[in-house]
Design a protein around this ligand. Sequence first.
Ligand code: 4AD
Ligand code: MG
Length: 480
Amino acid sequence: MVRTKIKDILLGEKVDYQVIVKGWIRSFRNNQFIAINDGSCLDSIQAVISLDTEEQIIKKISNGASLSIKGTVVASLGKGQKVEIKVEDIEILGECSGDEYPLQLKNRPSLEFLREKAHLRFRTNAFGAVFRVRHSLAFAIHQFFHQRGFVYMHTPIITSSDAEGAGEMFRVTSLPFDNPPRNEDNSINFKEDFFGRSTNLTVSGQLEAELAAMALSEVYTFGPTFRAENSNTARHLAEFWMIEPEVAFNTLKENMDLAEDFIKYLIKFALENNRADLEFLATRLEEEEKQKPQNERSEMGLIEKLEFVLNNDFERITYTQAIDILLQSPAYKKKKFQYDVSWGIDMQSEHERYLVEKHFKKPVIVTNYPKSIKAFYMRQDDDCAQGRETVAAMDILAPGIGEIVGGSQREERLDKLEQRMKEMHIPTEEMYWYLDTRRFGTAPHAGFGLGFERMVLFVTGMTNIRDVIPFPRTPKNADF
Ligand code: 4AD
Ligand code: MG
């Protein structure tokens, strides 16, 4: 007989058939009722053992132990479940000795505590739900693009280029640290390194995706990216996953439409496929919100928020309009912002959150940012006022998260691109391959990057990015 997943038994509502169930014990009551969870769904199944079960076995039935049972699915008389299993055979596969088991606590463990126990936290309801939703979203991402005829492109993880030009990269080397080969001027001789040049972990697959889009028209990447920025916030990881579609012939407007459709598709997919998990997370969030002072609580519950975002257009404003709104805001006038506001600033998260959470109360797409604060590859806007040069950038800001998407129409004009790279000290000779696409059949194109963990944060209502990736990598932390 093969193992039946608990989800299938609970969904089925069928009775009077035999099953084998394997899983981990979540609780044991009255020497008779075992709650078993196998991760296939949020709910555990109740297994009822007979009162004459051997003492030897009873002793081993404890929270966290793994077991295999054989029994009959029967209608349940108890509250909270339609069916349960009348156990005929029980085998403890792995004992879980009581006191040392970190999840043995009487009170619900805090998320902070569980972060230290990331190897075991999958066993809690909250993390089971989060990681099932994360899986669903990853699946939905591929489905969304596949249905639209995009080609999934695997871009390199080790690279010699710096896509964002921000220089926050992890070096990849096989040179010895204590005595690396040196050039005459005492700098390190990377010609001797593994790849014969200096390499790093990628910060984005965009530049390579652009090359592919210049032939396949519609491509996307979905892979890990790495940033050595020292931002110890609830929104930053040093290793995170990013989805980067790149589309030939798309303008900024079409880029925004694609991003909005994409985000809504993911939300809809989760609402339709992860209802029980989302309802559990909604309740969790509600309890968390109750701890906050009244004026800091969010007005909507999790499900309500997701439905609201799904059913309403994102607001679309230019950077210039965004700055004007901030300058006119009561928050600015009452000097509530820590950072000053003026045209040209790189908006801080307090500014973004004001726009999204206080002013518009919905996701906002901000476009046409100042050229000076954006990457070299963004298309330069024509007809800008003197001193107010902008680029065809778009950031999507989400309630509770801030920036969730960053993207742009790309500079397809060789002369303008080359000039901008020179201004920003990006070596044009080394990047000849990128410039070649502009030399040989250049075409307008656009794309964006969605931070996967920020999307998972948004959908699950979790508040710390460390709680939506199995093993977070942050400054001074690479455990497990
Ligand atoms: O805005 P970013 O830096 O854009 C790019 O990398 C472009 N190459 C994307 C493109 O146009 N193809 O990053 C994109 C998104 C951000 O909006 C954010 O959601 C996420 O990636 N992100 C991070 N997520 C977690 N931790 C970090 N340190 C992140 N940095 C960016
Ligand atoms: Mg960005």
